[in-house]
Design a protein around this ligand. Structure first.
Ligand code: ADP
Ligand code: MG
Length: 732
């Protein structure tokens, strides 16, 4: 085979076959044969379904048209045959409860035939609807108010896939999880609703500009970059904190950490490469288009990025990515840690959510184009996002709040908790000119005037990259960088969609009013010009291109610009149920009042549980691992003092060491007692409890940690009961 034949172009289609990005690979047949091999995708459907059924299913998938129930039986039968041919014995409705993970309950295809044999069975209704006994998932009081039962409903826009685990194969059907009264109990349902909201509002904008021909829907596109740590699995099992909390609660900084920055984009160790290759193979089989891999800033830290897809598919795939990384790592004797801050003093992990809007004919609405009409449209969409982030920065912040992410946001290695937008110099310049109302500057040979045909091409890719901004425009999409590495991206994407839908609604309403029922080109241009000017004036305070880590910015943002700075989850989460936010979710049909309240409740409860588990783990480790080791060390020093004295030696320095050490050990006892006391407070109200955990328990944990970490640098290596950062972070 020639090299050329060996080069494989892996093209990814999103929205109606529009070619968006492609990966070229030199891996020969393997990838062609495996990519999507475990997915009941368009190709398989075309082969296995009658033409008319195929067509109708495609309409359902691409244009969100409802699926005829009679067709479900035919689709189910084809799926079952395909799955059984691939070795599947079971099927499951795969869903995303509010725990932030995925859930499944397996049923066998087999049913006894009554004569001692078995039949394989899978009906349309089993495909379309399931009723898991899932009453133990958090519902934030939803099911107390409504119905105890929840059911799962097939989401045909996300393809069915095969899960291979433990030698078995299961057909996984992506589903939404709702109560019998239609209340959303999961992350997927509101995401799908928010995508409808975006579509409806963005279509109005397209109509205004006359760019809606052939377009039936506007989709949100998303691509989430995943950062993660890898450590040798034996260390993981030796650390109760990693086992229980996915992060180290103690650990002295090693002499060499990331100060040399030699790990970043450095060469990848062999064992890690083997893990990456295998993970990618598995992800390809599942149709997850992963593209890039590299080392990250911290030692032992890596990143994986997929090619973007329609948002709900991207979110499903992101869940699969997290599960696959964990699963495959174990096969290589590694542990994949997705926690936002597993190691103190070393960079944490995030998940950059790249986001844009695209028509189902493949036009990216955030891609600056060269002719005036689409340019105006681009600027309207851009201003919609700017306005949304300014008006609802609080919600955006709350959408990424968690006990884990609190260790990251606002520390000097991750974006601050203040939501601002990075636009880059070129776009900022354009925005400033829009604000002045009479754009005059000459850029790239054209006069910049919103109304004129001579509007120059906007910069496609701004050269400058700013890593300190939580929300950055990166050429043809926004990148929301405050998302946590272990978090499902469905919720932040839902919030982003909702707030942008609201802005598009506002702008469309204003423009429709201004151009009236007899729109002319001149009217439209004048209307856009004045509306954008007004919008920029009102919302430009949210644009910031400088260093987001700088204290001066924090002061300016809070004092001068009056941007919210919700420093931690305890401050951030309650804003979900602010009146304005309840109204917003309700207005766009994303969440009703109880659904919003239930989410706030669940997230706060989760925060409380997590911090308590950490606090109890810290106390237990300190008492049962650290203290005994410290006492042994103390005894050794004391014995050495006695032995030296008996031999007539000078014990002055030894004695000083003993005194110092004894003091540390007694501090350890005091700090353990202090932590235990702070944990041992009964507070029934979850809000008050979260406040107490944040203000008192976290502080007590910090004080305990500081003593333990000092001890770690003083206790003999053979007595210290835990693997240290030095061992854990050097992966070979
Ligand atoms: P960086 O690491 O510099 O942020 P990458 O190229 O690694 O950049 O990641 C960019 C991510 O953005 C990829 O996952 C890519 O698929 C995604 N992306 C690109 N275009 C869009 C778009 N229009 N909508 C959503 N995501 C996009
Ligand atoms: Mg990025």
């Amino acid at each position: 085979m020639s090299t050329r034949e060996n080069m494989l172009e892996l093209t990814h289609h999103h929205a109606n076959g529009h070619r968006s990005e492609s990966i070229r690979m030199n891996t020969g047949d393997a990838v062609t044969q495996t990519f999507g091999a475990d997915v009941f995708n368009e190709r398989v459907m075309r082969q296995r379904l009658p033409k008319d059924v195929f067509k109708q299913l495609q309409r359902t998938i691409k244009h969100a048209e409802p699926l005829d129930h009679e067709l479900a039986d035919i689709v189910a039968a084809a799926m079952k045959d395909w799955a059984i041919e691939h070795g599947a014995t079971h099927y499951t409705h795969w869903f995303q409860p509010l725990t932030g993970t995925t859930a499944e309950k397996h049923d066998a295809f087999l049913v006894p035939d009554g004569t001692g044999g078995a039949l394989s069975e899978f009906s349309g209704s089993a495909l379309v609807q399931g009723e898991p006994d899932a009453s133990s998932f958090p519902s934030g009081g939803l099911r107390a108010t409504f119905e105890a039962r929840g059911y799962t409903a097939w989401d045909p826009t996300s393809p069915v896939f095969l899960n291979r685990a433990g030698g078995g194969v299961t057909l996984c059907i992506p589903t939404a999880f709702v109560s019998w009264t239609g209340v959303a109990l999961d992350h997927k349902t509101p995401l799908l609703r928010s995508m409808d909201a975006i579509s409806e509002q963005a279509m109005r904008i397209l109509k205004i500009f006359g760019t809606d021909q052939g377009v039936t829907r506007v989709m949100c596109t998303a691509g989430a970059e995943q950062e993660y740590f890898l450590i040798d699995q034996r260390y993981y099992f030796e650390r109760p904190d990693l086992l229980a909390c996915d992060r180290t609660l103690f650990g002295a900084k090693p002499p060499k950490h990331q100060q040399l920055e030699d790990h970043y984009f450095g060469s990848i160790p062999q064992r890690v490469i083997a893990f990456m290759v295998e993970s990618e193979r598995e992800l390809y089989r599942l149709g997850v288009p992963v593209k890039t891999r590299h080392n990250e800033v911290a030692p032992g830290q890596f990143e994986l990025a997929p090619i973007f897809e329609t948002a709900n598919l991207a979110c499903d795939h992101q869940m699969i990515v997290m599960e696959t990384l964990k699963k495959v790592a174990n096969r290589h004797g590694l542990q994949c840690i997705l926690h936002e801050k597993p190691f103190a003093g070393i960079n944490g992990s995030g998940k950059h959510l790249n986001w844009s809007m695209s028509t189902d004919t493949g036009v990216n609405l955030l891609d600056p184009r060269d002719d005036t009409h689409t340019n105006m449209q681009f600027l309207v969409c851009l201003c919609a996002v700017i306005r949304a982030v300014d008006l609802h920065g609080d919600l955006l912040r709350a959408s990424v709040a968690s006990a884990n992410n609190d260790h990251r946001l606002g520390a000097n290695e991750a974006p601050p908790a203040i939501m601002s937008i990075f636009l880059g110099d070129m776009l900022t310049d354009i925005i400033e000119q829009i604000e002045s109302g009479s754009p005059k500057s000459t850029m790239k040979g054209g006069k910049l005037d919103l109304g004129a045909r001579t509007l120059p091409q906007l910069p496609r890719h701004t050269g400058d990259r700013n890593r300190t901004s939580p929300f950055a425009f990166t050429g043809n999409k926004f990148e929301f960088r405050a998302v946590g590495s272990s978090q499902s991206v469905a919720w932040p994407a839902t919030v982003l969609n909702t707030i942008v839908a609201e802005s598009l609604d506002y702008l469309a309403t204003q423009l429709e009013k201004a151009i009236g029922s007899n729109p002319t080109e001149a009217k439209l241009q004048a209307a856009v010009k004045s509306l954008l000017q007004k919008t920029v004036k009102q919302h430009k305070r949210v644009i910031f291109n400088g260093d987001g880590y700088d204290q001066a910015w924090h002061n300016e943002a809070e004092k001068k610009r009056k941007l919210p700075n919700l420093r931690n989850s305890v401050d951030a989460l309650p804003v979900l149920t602010d009146k304005k936010n309840i109204e917003l979710f309700k207005k766009y049909g994303v969440l009703n009042k109880v659904e919003t309240e239930s989410r706030e409740h669940i997230y706060i409860e989760k925060y409380n549980k997590q911090v308590l588990i950490e606090a109890e783990t810290a106390s237990l480790m300190a008492r049962t691992l650290v203290l005994p080791a410290a006492i042994r060390q103390q005894t050794e020093i004391a014995e050495s003092v006695a032995a030296t004295k008996a031999a007539g030696g000078d014990v002055k320095s030894l004695k000083a060491e003993l005194d110092e050490f004894t003091d540390l050990v007694s501090q350890l006892r005091t700090k353990i007692a202090k932590l235990d006391k702070s944990i041992d407070t009964e507070i029934p109200d979850e809000h008050k409890k979260s406040r107490h955990l944040h203000d008192n328990v976290l502080g007590a944990m910090g004080e305990l940690r500081s003593v333990v970490d000092q001890l770690e640098t003083r206790v003999s290596q053979d007595l210290w009961p835990l693997p240290g950062y030095r061992e854990m972070l050097s992966i070979r």
